[in-house]
Unconditional design. Structure first.
Length: 302
């Protein structure tokens, strides 16, 4: 019988907390637009924080599937970027403490890892666990980003209903935490931000803004958002520049807008993932068009 507490090490001065939120995101699962990664990265860049728990990545990660970067200089190795999976304590702009768990998604021992997070939730008196990531959807960037909310209790879920029915998808460590700990009475919820499918592989700060705004509505935590919103506005302006310069892109986006507006009006489609009655560009096709535009612009500038 393995002890889940063997998977992590607490710092020597863990404070007594009263129902803090644990915000968590792992790298390695679907995260269209980098929604979750950009959101937690922004918070850790803007807010002072310190590590309160460190997980044993030697047990949890497969180094051969994601090899750490090492630096070689002339005749010797001088550095190794060791991965970290940690829980940090920080405070929002009002001084309210909360926790952030980040790092690579574990490759192995998911059940024991989930047990370990559960023991941490008890030890740190965590009141709510919240995760977030992005999913690609057939929606244009010119419309509001949708959010699918999921949680362990109906009262935790607010906002518009989900566009999905009952579906089966590949699992994730983040989802397993919500599922297992929810069965044991913990409050846990998550947000899947609907990112335009043609921007899924790019960094899309607007998705991170949407994710953090959803977290604020459900937890009351107040985050510094100015720099992230400025990055989102800059990215949107760059996208618009590409579209204006390309008739092909403009036509494709207009088609997506018509499709999206028909859906939101309740006409013709059951959900945004349904098959289209008229030919529409795929996310890969639109992404390729953006890449070609950027390549052509770079060549003309050189």
């Amino acid at each position: 019988m393995f002890d889940p507490t063997d998977l992590y090490r607490l710092s020597g001065d863990v404070p007594e907390l009263s129902d803090p939120v644990l915000l968590y995101h792992f790298e390695g699962f679907v995260d269209a637009g980098g929604a979750g990664r950009l959101a937690v990265g922004h918070l850790l860049a803007e807010l002072e924080h310190r590590v309160v728990a460190t997980f044993d990545v030697d047990r949890l990660l497969d180094y051969r599937s994601r090899r750490p970067i090492m630096t070689f200089d002339t005749d010797r190795w001088i550095d190794c970027e060791s991965p970290e999976l940690v829980v940090r304590l920080t405070h929002d702009t009002t001084g309210t403490p909360f926790l952030v768990m980040t790092g690579p998604e574990p490759d192995r021992e998911w059940e024991l890892f989930t047990e370990a997070v559960g023991t941490l939730a008890t030890r740190l008196n965590i009141g709510k666990l919240v995760t977030m990531h992005g999913i690609p959807m057939a929606a244009p960037h010119t419309r509001p980003l949708g959010v699918t909310t999921h949680g362990t209790k109906p009262e935790l879920i607010t906002g518009p209903g989900s566009p999905f029915g009952k579906i089966q998808v590949p699992g994730s460590a983040a989802a397993l935490i919500e599922f297992r700990l929810g069965a044991r009475g913990h409050d846990a919820l998550g947000y899947a931000v609907h990112v335009p499918h043609y921007l899924a592989q790019a960094e899309y700060p607007r998705a991170a803004v949407t994710a953090l705004e959803a977290v604020t509505r459900s937890t009351g935590l107040v985050f510094p958002m100015e720099n992230l919103r400025e990055a989102a506005e800059k990215t949107t302006a760059e996208i618009e520049e590409q579209i204006v310069a390309s008739e092909e892109l403009s036509t494709a986006i207009q088609g997506l807008e018509q499709q999206y507006d028909a859906f939101t009006a309740g006409a013709e489609h059951e959900n945004l993932m349904a098959a289209e009655p008229t030919p529409m560009p795929t996310g890969d096709e639109l992404a390729a068009q953006f890449e070609r535009f950027l390549a052509e612009r770079d060549e003309s500038d050189s």
